[in-house]
Design a protein around this ligand. Structure first.
Ligand code: NOJ
Length: 584
């Protein structure tokens, strides 16, 4: 039996106030795969709107939509053809406005995705650039360059794509002869914009206003550290590059862009927020994006990518808290998103860390083990200071679908790897809402739908919302309970953080009157003093087994940090002390 001594807690109001993002819970919707309202097998905004009560019951404060704009979908919508139009597969602008309004009525904010690094090759700007001559203002919005070598037939730089392979494609001139090359850090259908061009900056500020005026609460900024390039287009040298000197990653000029975006966001009431997708290893460089006049928060990929390992996660939490405390920004805790292997699959592998380069077909996993760990991981994340991100289906404990037929795969990462990398579609399979396989497991809101755009495996129904809702031991019931308790225990939103003494295979920390313990070891551990609030697995005689976490309510008189605010200096001191202790 899952240990819970707080039954039937009332669902409280969603997190309120302009600072909600400091500790809110954000649910990520991948619109193609969340809910199909019209039976064409593709998720849409009408479907998402119909499921707002589900999101409300889950207890989220905001949703983040991956791109919903007009797009040829060469990269799951991250190839935007027109920012001011909704892709017809998903609906129309009125459907987006309806979603935003109805979500707001339920206390759920809407965050949308902005993709500043690139647009679709079908975007009117890029089409105009192709039709224009070298050196033209149309081409100056992108990175067009002559090739190197005789006839200009070598790429202008040696830059490699995070989607593997080269980053330049050659154009053809109107007379049929080979022309200039253009830069694309991702696929050839995603030409990079030139952010030294004031038109590019003005256009994006106008796009932000377009959506802020429609009531969106903020934007998630895609590939945020990539947008500025060295205009000299130097080759990437071999070996390491000094911070800020990389030709296209994390260049110093980037901060000026986000400062102006923050000014736009702050001019609204309530202020809108910026959430950065910033993949950087150096904690100080990462924290620079969270200066008080830049982004509000950024995804914590360091934590997300670590193995299920006590020392690894302790180190990541310690470094995360220190980096964020240094700049006064709240951390985020993320277990998954539309790009990475689902947690129940990843945590069940021998190597449970995440890296894009490591993804291969046929890597064995133990889903039961992964599920136990994913439950514990949620309890851990929900107890830490900061906000929590949940990717659709994570709350159902959906595994990665690793058996998608090859011919169904659409993800360019798969193709650009020569078919070696399975790609990201395994975490993008349309959600199961019912157990009825004949109707796309309830994904499509009709009795006679078209097949789902990605095939759902026949075992999908065991993870259906309908089934899990009726099962108090399901992942869904657990997520609902954890999020409800997180709200009722205001200490988890506001109090300081202090590590507690724990064995070498346990993490334990205090947040005001709540204590969180996670057992990573091979055997059972005894829970410390305190009333059990909730556990992610069985509790027998105050013992929790391997890969189980628990929350306890401790005597308030013994609170490590009775304050309502995190004391930054004290926090850093504590963290350093614990860190050193952990290393000894
Ligand atoms: C990050 C997004 O999360 C991913 O899905 C996309 O492919 C790349 N950025 C390129 O836009």
């Amino acid at each position: 039996m899952t240990g819970s001594m707080t039954q039937g807690s009332e669902m409280t109001a969603q997190t309120t106030g302009p600072q909600w993002w400091r500790h809110g819970v954000v649910y990520q919707i991948y619109p193609r795969s969340f809910m199909d309202g019209d039976g064409d097998g593709i998720g849409d905004l009408a479907g998402a709107t119909a499921r707002l009560p589900y999101l409300h019951d889950l207890g989220v404060d905001a949703v983040w939509f991956t791109p919903w704009y007009l797009s040829p979908q060469a990269d799951g919508g991250y190839d935007v053809a027109d920012y001011r139009r909704i892709d017809p597969r998903f609906g129309a602008l009125a459907d987006a406005e309806k979603f935003i309004t109805q979500a707001n009525e339920l206390g759920i904010r809407t965050i949308i995705d902005i993709v500043p690094n690139h647009v679709s090759d079908q975007h009117r700007w890029f089409q105009a650039a192709l039709a224009a001559a070298p050196g033209s203002p149309e081409r100056a919005r992108f990175w067009f360059a002559d090739g190197k070598g005789p006839g200009g037939d070598q790429m202008p730089t040696n830059w490699l794509s995070s989607f593997r392979g080269h980053t330049w494609t050659r154009t053809t001139d109107p007379d049929g002869r080979p022309g200039q090359w253009y830069l694309h850090l991702f696929t050839r259908e995603q030409p990079d914009l030139n952010w030294t061009n004031p038109e590019v900056r003005a256009e994006h500020e106008s796009i932000l206003r377009f959506w802020f005026d429609r009531g969106v609460a903020g934007v998630r900024v895609d590939s945020a550290a990539l947008i500025i390039k060295d205009p000299a287009l130097p080759d990437l040298p071999e070996g390491s590059v000094a911070p800020g000197r990389h030709p296209f990653l994390d260049r110093d000029g980037i901060h000026d862009v986000y400062r102006s975006w923050r000014a736009v966001a702050q001019s609204y009431d309530p202020p809108r927020i910026l959430v950065g997708e910033v993949w950087l290893e150096d904690p100080a460089r990462f924290a620079a994006y969270l200066a008080p006049d830049e982004m509000n928060t950024a995804f914590n990929f360091d934590f997300m990518a670590r193995a299920w390992d006590c020392d690894q996660l302790r180190a990541s939490i310690t470094e995360t808290l220190a980096a964020h405390a240094s700049i006064g920004a709240p951390p985020t805790w993320v277990l998954s998103n539309h790009d990475v292997t689902r947690p129940v699959t990843r945590y069940g592998r021998d190597d449970s860390s995440f890296a894009f380069e490591k993804k291969r077909f046929g890597t064995p996993t133990d889903i039961e083990l992964g599920t136990r760990r994913a439950r514990a991981a949620l309890l851990l994340c929900a107890a830490l200071p900061g906000s929590v991100y949940i990717y659709q289906g994570e709350e159902l404990g959906l595994p990665e679908d690793e058996e998608l037929p090859r011919e169904a795969i659409e993800d360019p990462m798969h193709f650009r790897s020569g078919g070696v990398d399975p790609g990201r579609d395994g975490c993008r399979v349309p959600l199961p809402w019912t157990e009825q396989s004949a109707t796309n497991f309830g994904f499509s809101g009709t009795d006679d739908p078209d097949p789902a755009w990605l095939p759902q495996p026949e075992w999908w129904g065991q993870y259906a919302v309908e089934r899990e809702s009726a099962d108090p031991g399901s992942m869904l019931s657990f997520y609902r309970e954890v999020l409800a308790l997180r709200r009722t225990h205001s200490d988890l939103g506001r109090s300081g953080f202090a590590w507690s003494q724990a064995g070498s295979t346990c993490l334990a920390f205090r947040r005001g009157a709540i204590s969180c313990v996670v057992n990573f070891g091979p055997g059972p551990v005894a829970l410390p003093e305190g009333d059990l609030v909730l556990a992610s697995g069985p509790v027998e005689g105050r013992m929790i087994g391997p890969d189980v976490a628990a929350w306890l309510r401790v005597d308030p008189a013994e609170q490590a940090h009775p304050t309502d605010q995190i004391d930054q200096t004290e926090l850093v001191r504590q963290i350093n002390k614990q860190h050193n202790h952990a290393k000894e």
